[in-house]
Design a protein around this ligand. Structure first.
Ligand code: ZN
Length: 387
């Protein structure tokens, strides 16, 4: 048995107006300082106050949020007892909102115990609304969370369907001010999400449909929003694409571009989107031996015509690289600015972390240690994979 789960989604121009219908005595907005500065917190609050909702804000979420931050947020929830929690921002505030909601609803639960098989529930005390301000990772729709355990220097990835939001609001006005680099970083994460979802071992008919549509939207609209952030139509379509890619991988999985990206991101402090994007072309080349037919379907979705699946996959790699180049993002780990000495010193750790990552087992081709090492080295140099 398998499930396809999704929040109810309000999308398009003025989607935020949905908040006028929300009735709650008390609400907590979980966000970060940057979102506060651009005035989004006030915008959300003014909607809620129209219905006399009392609002508290938790805005202490940092990038790569820690367990301690989640605990602090839970303390506020316990003290204030809201009926509504709103995760507002990029992936970090939304993940904190999800994790804090789960712990608020299940006293005594630890994040280490949270797996897709754990019997936990939400909704007895509060509802969750997610409102993303980036178009990329799909945290607003997914049941995964990333929380850092600072003492053990590792990332926890608790996942449970219980943290699927009740409502997700995709309002293009909230993503229209993203600077070009953030647009590119997050947009390429969405691309990796849809490509990897489509080839991973847990793919299914439902996620395939979302991935294929997201693929064509991303190739059409990501270059447009990068060049002109004020293109509202392109912003809206890209926001939809990122959400669809989120639903695709959230209901299947991703593969080793994410395993390698997670390792790279945590060791060298590279943003999630960039650390995944930079290895993606090499991962497609490596998995081509077993997934060319799947890649050919993704290639067809962006108008690539070829005589064989192998040729279509090669052209797909070229198209992905061209898109990355157009967005002025790095095509090799070296280009990120990581020195050869630093890279070599950490190579063993990178390989170890990638091997242990939960995204590795769902790859259509699973690398052994020496192949992971070779993959990292090829991605460092930007060399085509031929093994
Ligand atoms: Zn991702």
């Amino acid at each position: 048995m398998w499930w396809f789960v999704s929040p109810r989604i309000a999308f398009g121009e003025d989607a935020l107006d949905y908040l006028e219908e929300v009735k709650a005595r008390k609400a907590v907005i979980v966000t970060d300082q940057g979102i506060r500065k651009v005035g989004f917190v006030e915008r959300i609050t003014s909607y809620l106050e129209k219905n006399a909702t009392e609002v508290e804000t938790f805005e202490a979420v940092e990038p790569d949020p820690s367990k301690e931050t989640v605990f602090k947020c839970v303390e506020l929830l316990k003290r204030f007892e809201p009926e509504l929690i709103i995760g507002l921002g990029g992936g970090s505030p939304i993940d904190v909102a999800k994790a804090a909601w789960l712990l608020y609803e299940n006293p005594g639960l630890s994040l280490e115990e949270v797996t897709p098989f754990a019997e936990v529930t939400t909704g007895k005390k509060a509802r969750l609304i997610t409102i993303p301000t980036t178009s990329g990772g799909g945290a607003e729709l997914s049941w995964a969370m990333v929380v850092t355990d600072k003492t053990e220097q590792r990332k926890l990835e608790p996942a449970t369907r219980a943290v699927i939001a009740d409502i997700c609001i995709l309002d293009p006005s909230l993503v229209s001010k993203m600077p070009p680099q953030l647009t590119a970083d997050t947009g390429l994460d969405a691309l990796a999400n849809c490509i990897e979802s489509y080839v991973c071992e847990w793919r299914n008919d439902f996620t395939d449909a979302f991935a294929i549509k997201a693929m064509s939207l991303i190739f059409e609209y990501l270059p447009k929003v990068y060049k002109n952030g004020d293109d509202v139509v392109a912003r809206e379509r890209m926001q939809n694409a990122a959400a669809m890619a989120g639903l695709a991988f959230g209901n299947s999985q991703v593969t080793i571009a994410h395993s390698m990206g997670h390792a790279l991101g945590s060791i060298f402090h590279v943003s999630h989107g960039r650390s995944v994007e930079v290895v993606l072309p090499y991962v497609i080349q490596y998995t081509k031996t077993v997934a060319a037919d799947r890649y050919a379907e993704l290639a067809a979705a962006i108008g690539i015509k070829a005589k064989s699946s192998e040729e279509a996959t090669d052209r797909l790699v070229v198209a992905v690289k061209e898109l990355i180049k157009q967005l002025n993002e790095p095509l090799s780990i070296k280009e990120i600015g990581i020195s050869e000495e630093d890279f070599e010193e950490k190579l063993g750790l990178l390989v170890e972390r990638a091997e242990l990552d939960t995204c590795t087992i769902t790859s259509p081709r699973v690398p052994f240690e020496d192949e992971f090492r070779k993959l990292f080295l090829h991605a460092y140099e930007g060399r085509d994979v031929d093994f």
